[in-house]
Write a new protein. Structure first.
Lengths: 262, 317
């Protein structure tokens, strides 16, 4: 099967990004950039499915020229080739419509994407893509037996592909839901689907020679005028630290008489 | 017409409480658009549930169809689009639950509409500029949707549940057409728990890496939670370590909670965890490291060995 997976270049989610003094933009200069962690899970799942069913894994990124680094990371993990669409400052809708074009060109059986990117936290692109394509979707793919299971240690895929369908366990409020969707389909990945592998040194060496196509946005004919504009960025209201209590008795007293929550 | 349509979430025969938080958002939106608040109830044989929702809105459109008996984004999105047209809505909103997050972007694609996720409220006294968290909650973006129809998911913890109106709204059947589905709903397994659901609970007790090993979660966190009739939560570190299931994770990439009381035990307070709980009314932090960032946001901090003070707290409560 042919699998297209996304790998977005995002600011390091463990560092705080600064806001420009006039609030008009985010300061990303000097920031460390990483692959979106949910996308790493998508790439890992794609590679496990490839091992089980054969086929090809293509890593796609839409971003600046430097996003080639994140694609190379996917290639070093084991993906076969990469596609980089050069475009910046897009809303999720534009991203989805660019992906529609790539899907039309590549005709994959499955598109695997992280459930959200850790920079804009929109959690939209996968569902938008499925909507535009008229494909079924299964979001927030997870695994019933968890990341400490034997299946996970054996690097078995969490998605079950058989008979032109993929069965997906999804995380929903209060439990797990199982969907079976007919391929081609879009699946988005949640945290507990797998533990992504690290790229090995031989993998990194090999990745340098793997094909990576750069595509100019203009050649795709997609209007990227934003449907959603971020007009201002502000700090969230700060929560003030309170007091330190000396012992359990004092804590209980405070909770009973001051906060009145117990 | 510029009405506001709320998608009611009916799951396993229950109207989810989060629906009424979206109604609160919708009432404010309707003031700004000069329209009325409508709702759509989706499912099969749901007349009674639709009447329940009618107490809160002007009109409930009831999309009753056998292909809607199971909640799939593929079918629901088609029906919601038809409800949006029937109701003359320019704003279509649903609470940002797992279902809302799954379905609404697909609705946006079908409507050609722009969408804002996880909206926390409006900016300014008029207009439809909205606030939403990005960058793990470290930045709040003010966003403007430029399309005629605007799709929104609303963060349940940011809006109080709406009160019922004096007079119940109209219940209007909506004949919907649903195409052939390529999604087969196999089933739902509820996570068996006698505790309240994390996002609904009045008190949450969460544990982190300070617990040192998996068994200590059962030994220290759960008894305290039982005593307080609380839900249990966890930091990403111990979810990643496989100590507890993923659905207990509190944080920007997990669940966002805002209980009356949040007790963080052995949690350092990483950015991404704090983003998921800083809306709590009262925060208690128990950690032996006095420098842990969690103390910067805690109302009451107890610098102590959790293995000593948690059993003591459980005992004395």
């Amino acid at each position: 099967m042919k699998i297209l997976c996304t790998i977005k270049r995002v600011t390091d989610y463990e560092r705080k990004v600064k806001i420009a003094p006039d609030g008009s933009s985010l300061v990303t200069e000097g920031m460390n950039f990483v692959a979106n962690p949910f996308d790493e899970i998508a790439v890992e799942e794609a590679l496990r499915l490839q091992k089980a069913h054969g086929g090809e894994v293509i890593c796609v990124s839409i971003g600046p020229k430097d996003a080639a680094q994140q694609i190379r990371q996917g290639l070093a993990m084991g993906a076969d080739r990469g596609i980089l669409v050069l475009a910046e400052n897009l809303d999720p809708d534009a991203v989805a419509r660019i992906l529609v074009k790539l899907v039309e060109q590549e005709k994959p059986d499955l598109v695997l994407m992280g459930k959200q990117a850790t920079d804009d936290d929109a959690n939209q692109a996968g569902q938008l893509l499925a909507g535009y394509l008229g494909w079924p979707q299964a979001t927030f793919a997870s695994k019933t037996d968890g990341l400490d299971s034997e299946a996970e240690k054996a690097q078995k895929p969490g998605l079950v592909v058989a008979g032109g369908k993929v069965s997906v366990v999804r995380e929903v409020d209060g439990g797990l839901e199982t969907l079976e969707v007919t391929l081609p389909a879009v699946v988005t990945t949640d945290l507990r689907l797998n533990n992504p592998r690290f790229a090995s040194l031989p993998g990194i060496m090999k990745a340098k020679k793997k094909p990576l196509a750069e595509i100019a946005l203009a050649s795709l004919g997609v209007d990227v005028t934003p449907k959603v504009k971020a007009v201002k960025y502000t700090e969230p209201p700060a929560r003030k630290g309170g007091v330190k209590v000396e012992n359990v008795d004092q804590l209980i007293t405070k909770l009973k008489t001051e906060a009145k929550v117990i | 017409m510029s009405n506001v349509l709320v998608v009611a979430e009916i799951h396993q025969g229950v109207v989810k409480k989060a629906t009424y938080t979206a109604v609160t958002f919708a009432r404010e939106a309707a003031k700004r658009t000069g329209g009325k608040v409508h709702a759509v109830a989706l499912g099969h044989n749901i007349a009674e549930k639709a009447r329940e929702v009618a107490a809160y809105v002007e009109t409930v459109h009831v999309a009753d169809h056998e292909k809607l008996a199971k909640p799939t984004a593929e079918a629901y999105a088609q029906a919601i689009v038809q409800a949006a047209r029937a109701s003359g809505a320019t704003v279509v909103a649903m609470a940002a639950t797992f279902a809302g997050k799954d379905i609404m972007p697909r609705v946006a694609a079908l409507l050609g509409a722009g969408m804002a996720s996880d909206v926390q409220g409006f900016v300014g006294d008029s207009g439809l500029a909205m606030r939403r968290p990005i960058q793990a909650g470290n930045v709040i973006a003010t966003v403007e949707i430029t399309t005629p129809i605007k799709v929104v998911t609303t963060r349940p913890t940011e809006f109080p549940a709406a009160a019922a109106l004096g007079a119940a709204g109209t219940v209007a059947p909506l004949a919907v057409t649903i195409g052939d589905l390529k999604t087969h709903y196999v089933g739902f397994t509820a996570v068996a728990s006698t505790r309240p659901e994390l996002t609904d609970a009045r008190v949450v007790v969460s544990g982190g890496r300070g617990l040192k090993e998996a068994e200590n979660y059962k030994k220290y966190i759960e008894p305290l939670a039982d005593k307080l009739h609380a839900a249990v939560g966890a930091s990403r570190a111990i979810v990643d370590a496989g100590w507890v299931p993923n659905d207990l994770q509190v944080g920007q990439t997990g669940k966002v909670v805002a209980p009356d009381l949040y007790i963080a035990v052995g949690i350092s307070g990483a950015i991404q965890h704090v983003a998921g709980m800083k809306g709590s009314k009262t925060i208690v932090a128990i950690n032996k490291d006095a420098e842990a960032p969690i103390f910067q946001i805690a109302d009451y901090g107890l610098v102590a060995d959790l293995f000593k003070v948690v059993p003591e707290l459980t005992e004395k409560l």
